[in-house]
Design a protein around this ligand. Sequence first.
Ligand code: PLP
Length: 341
Amino acid sequence: MEKKNIDWAKLGFGYTKTDSRWQAEWKDGEWQEGGLIEDAEFHLPESACVFHYSQSCFEGLKAYTTKQGDIVTFRPDLNAERMANTCRRLAMPAYPQDEFVRAVVETVRANAAWVPPYGTGCSLYIRPVMIGSGPQIGVAPAPSYMFRVFVMPVGAYFKGAVKPLKLRVSEYDRAAPHGTGHIKAGLNYAMSLYATMEAHEEGYAENVYLDPATRTYIEETGGANIIFVDADNTVVVPKSPSILPSITRRSLVYVAEHYLGLKVVERQVALDELKGFKECALCGTAAVLAPVGQIDTKDGPIQFPSGMEKMGEISARLRETLTGIQMGEIEAPEGWIVKIA
Ligand SMILES: Cc1ncc(COP(=O)(O)O)c(C=O)c1O
């Protein structure tokens, strides 16, 4: 199969319209049989619930070309499970988890020509999305829903992602106590956009959000979880009920413990403690693992000893091992890699 003619070295993180997408509709109380379509638009009534009451959620995962030349994806079952949890919290009908994985596999296979080749540093980003598409004017869940999976080739999320990032502690909150911080609802991102734009204008790559109840503990950033390495090389992972359970972070925890023999502690991490850590990194499907060199707080900057020039040693080993597993260079734990073609 001939690949699309793309300059992989110049590819950023953005939308490209590819050939096929998967669509399924929920109506009359059940999911109808889904399938591949070519139309990249949604055709919706002005009264669609998503426009008014923001019934929308999504997922993000990637497909890769491995060293062996296979097209694979990474732990899609966990995205299926997380989307089902998100749907329950938003009073939306969960898409059956095995059908979710099938939709991902079929969509990637149908767009195989768009999957970046091994060694380019690029991947195929997979975006499952669900919206309340039926008419709804009274405040209530939609009477019908659309589930769609579409894909696009992407490069790095943070330009020069292996160069350490500068972040700031946000004065805004991302999540409310007992709210929706732990699910992948579109509404969580809508309310973070203003804070993100402000951070970018001030020269920061991202905002670090604090726990919304006490504003003393580290939560995560707008689009990635955050991890730390302490002086004893222990990987420290913030724990909170309002953090999105990142699949990358959960995988890195496993890699740290089972591949690198590191100790991992998941616990509340106070803002005051940051000075004691030697490395800090963001992790997520889009960011993979991106080092953080500095976090500005209202009491001044915190600079991590790993500095602004290069990634810390533990962060680099974590990143290399995870990407090695994804690219077929390192043997994966059972069930992590799903072969598509
Ligand atoms: C708020 C937030 N946290 C964390 C993540 C990372 O999650 P994952 O590793 O499953 O991509 C994402 C993006 O996917 C996100 O949007």
